[in-house]
Design a protein around this ligand. Structure first.
Ligand SMILES: [Zn+2]
Length: 259
């Protein structure tokens, strides 16, 4: 009888959240998950369950293994207004999640407006960001940084709720400011374009690791088009020589890395 009474009391306490199992925090602790969806498209699911979608090119992305119906982002970060980065699915995502915020360079805002996306769903009261600008959204700090590509191309430093820091370079050649980024931010993971032609070639990308000093790197923006380097072999070979301390994570499109 006494045991029965204790069980009832314990159940009530649990119900009202007054006690929790000592290891509950451990059981519930999720890692951050970074999923590469081919080309530059990257989906980060944070430990708190937020979905951050960078370069949301799904429809017509020949390497993307999922359809847009599988994705419901809270935040969308667009590095620049080219078809293989902005894509055409942003209005679909915003309609599906009316609270979704799109982060873009302020020169790209008008293109979003033309897609029917209004102020309410665009960062900084509809004005976008420019280099050095930071937005804190849902506890995630997003800083726009330069990229050497077309005039309003950007990269992002993304500091997640638990402090994990990710650099998504967008489309870029190597630039001296990468050393500054490496000094200012303790980068846990860099996503770097390695496919040459429009972005860093494997040699530049491997050298950029020396400047950025990330703990890990995922090579991206290769193998999508015939004109790009088709795989990560050369990048891996050079990186092992040039930046041996960086852990190289070559993913298949759809593959994930937990951080
Ligand atoms: Zn591109």
């Amino acid at each position: 009888m006494k045991k029965f009474r204790l069980a009832i009391i314990f159940t009530l306490l649990l119900t009202f959240g007054l006690v929790s199992f000592a290891n509950a925090a451990v059981v519930n602790k999720q890692d951050n998950n970074v999923q590469w969806l081919g080309h530059s498209a990257t989906l980060i699911t944070t430990e708190k369950g937020l979905d951050v979608f960078i370069d949301p090119w799904i429809t017509d992305n020949p390497k993307c293994p999922v359809t847009k119906e599988n994705i419901n982002p809270d935040l969308i970060l667009v590095t620049h207004n080219h078809f293989d980065h902005m894509g055409t699915d942003v209005p679909y995502f915003v309609e599906k999640n009316p609270n979704c915020i799109v982060v873009v360079h302020n020169d790209v805002v008008s293109a979003l407006n033309e897609m029917g996306i209004t102020e309410k769903n665009i960062v900084s009261y509809g004005m976008g960001l420019n280099y050095g600008g930071q937005a804190e959204l849902e506890g995630i700090k997003i800083t726009m940084v330069q990229a050497i590509h077309n005039p309003s191309a950007a990269g992002y430093i993304i500091e997640l709720e638990d402090g994990t820091t990710i650099y998504h370079a967008g489309d870029t050649g190597i630039f001296a400011g990468m050393e500054l980024l490496g000094n200012l931010y303790d980068i846990d993971l860099a996503l770097l374009p390695t496919g040459s032609t429009f972005v860093m070639n494997p040699f530049q990308a491997a050298h950029s690791l020396k400047l950025l000093k990330p703990k890990k790197v995922i090579p991206i923006h290769y193998g999508t088009f015939e004109v790009l380097v088709q795989d990560a072999t050369e990048f891996v070979k050079l990186s092992k020589k040039i930046a041996p301390n960086v852990k190289i994570e070559v993913l298949k499109p759809g593959g994930s890395l937990r951080l």
